[in-house]
Ligand binder design. Structure first.
Ligand SMILES: [Zn+2]
Length: 278
C-alpha cells in the first residue's frame, strides 16, 4: 500500500489542483483516522481544498510528532484538529490559507524561503541572515527533531549530512532540503545563492536572527566604537537582542562572495544598513 496518497486526484497526475491542501496524518488500524477522512469529504466538497493523507508509521520524526494525537489535520503547517475533525476550525484555516495564497503572490517578502541549518553550518547561517533570510541554527538536536521542525514550519533544511538527505521525509518531499557540498563558508553561500536563487533583502540580526529596525545616528553613536560613530551614517538595531549594526567589513566580504557566485551582484549594492555589530 502506498504510504502517502492524495484524495481526490481527478486529473490523475498526483495533483488535486486545489489552492489549499489539508494534510491528514494517520496510521493503519486507526479507526479515528478513517472516521476523520469520511468527515472531511463534505468539507472538502464545500470548500474545495485538497486532502493529502500521510501514513506516519515507521517514520521516526513523524511518529515522535504525531503518534499520540492521531489523526492530526494541518493546513499550511497549522493544526486544524487532532483526534476528531473540528469543522469550524478547518473552515477558518482553509479560508485564511486561500486568502493568503491569493494575496501572497504579490509580495516578494512572503515568498522568501526560511531556513533551518544543521550544526555543521554555523557560519553559513550568519551570512544568510545578513542577506535577509530567516535562518535558524539548531545545534545538538536530533535529526528527527530537525526534520520535524523543518516540516512543521515549512523551512528548507540546509545540511552537510548525507544521512539526512536519505531520510524518508526528504525523499518524499515533505521536507525541502539542500545538501551543501563545501566545507568553506564562501563556497557554501555561493552554492545556496545560485541553486535557490537568493536575493538581498533587509538584513536580519546575524547573531540572533531578529528583525532589524532603523535607529537614529544620535541613538546609535554612544553605543558604537568612536571610529564607527565618525564614519558611519546609518545604523540598525535588532528588535530582539538590541545590538546596533552598521555596514562594514562583513558586508563587503559577503558581497564579494555573492558576486563570485554570480547571483546577486546587481541587487547587492543598495542593501539597507550594514553589518558589523557591537
Ligand atoms: Zn539580535
Amino acid at each position: 500500500m502506498s504510504s502517502e496518497e492524495r484524495h481526490p486526484d481527478p486529473a490523475g497526475d498526483g495533483s488535486s489542483g486545489a489552492l489549499v491542501e489539508l494534510v491528514l496524518y494517520s496510521a493503519p488500524e486507526c479507526s479515528l483516522c478513517d472516521k476523520a477522512l469520511q468527515e472531511l469529504r463534505p468539507l472538502r466538497d464545500e470548500l474545495g481544498f485538497g486532502v493529502r493523507v500521510v501514513d506516519i508509521s515507521g517514520d521516526e520524526e513523524l511518529e515522535l510528532r504525531y503518534r499520540r494525537r492521531l489523526p492530526v489535520g494541518e493546513v499550511g503547517g497549522r493544526t486544524a484538529f487532532k483526534y476528531r475533525v473540528d469543522a469550524d476550525r478547518v473552515r477558518r484555516l482553509v479560508r485564511e490559507a486561500a486568502a493568503g495564497a491569493q494575496a501572497g503572490g504579490s509580495t516578494a517578502e512572503q515568498e522568501r524561503p526560511r531556513f533551518l541549518v544543521d550544526e555543521m553550518l554555523g557560519r553559513l547561517v550568519r551570512w544568510l541572515r545578513v542577506l535577509g533570510y530567516d535562518a535558524q541554527w539548531r545545534p545538538s538536536i536530533s535529526d528527527a527533531e530537525l526534520l520535524g521542525q523543518a516540516a512543521a514550519e515549512g523551512r528548507i533544511l540546509l545540511t552537510r549530512d548525507t544521512g539526512i538527505m536519505r531520510r524518508r521525509s526528504v525523499r518524499l518531499g515533505r521536507v525541502g532540503a539542500l545538501f551543501v557540498r563545501s566545507d568553506h563558508v564562501r563556497e557554501q553561500l555561493a552554492q545556496v545563492v545560485r541553486e535557490l536563487g537568493l536575493r538581498q533583502g533587509r538584513p536580519r540580526c546575524m547573531v540572533c536572527n531578529g528583525l532589524l529596525e532603523d535607529v537614529s545616528v544620535d541613538e546609535a553613536r554612544p553605543r558604537v566604537p568612536a571610529y564607527v560613530a565618525q564614519t558611519q551614517q546609518s545604523f540598525l538595531r535588532c528588535r530582539d537582542c538590541g545590538r546596533i549594526v552598521w555596514r562594514g567589513t562583513h558586508w563587503e566580504r559577503i558581497r564579494e562572495a555573492v558576486n563570485r557566485a554570480g547571483g546577486l551582484s546587481d541587487r547587492m549594492g543598495d542593501g539597507p544598513g550594514g553589518y558589523n555589530h557591537t
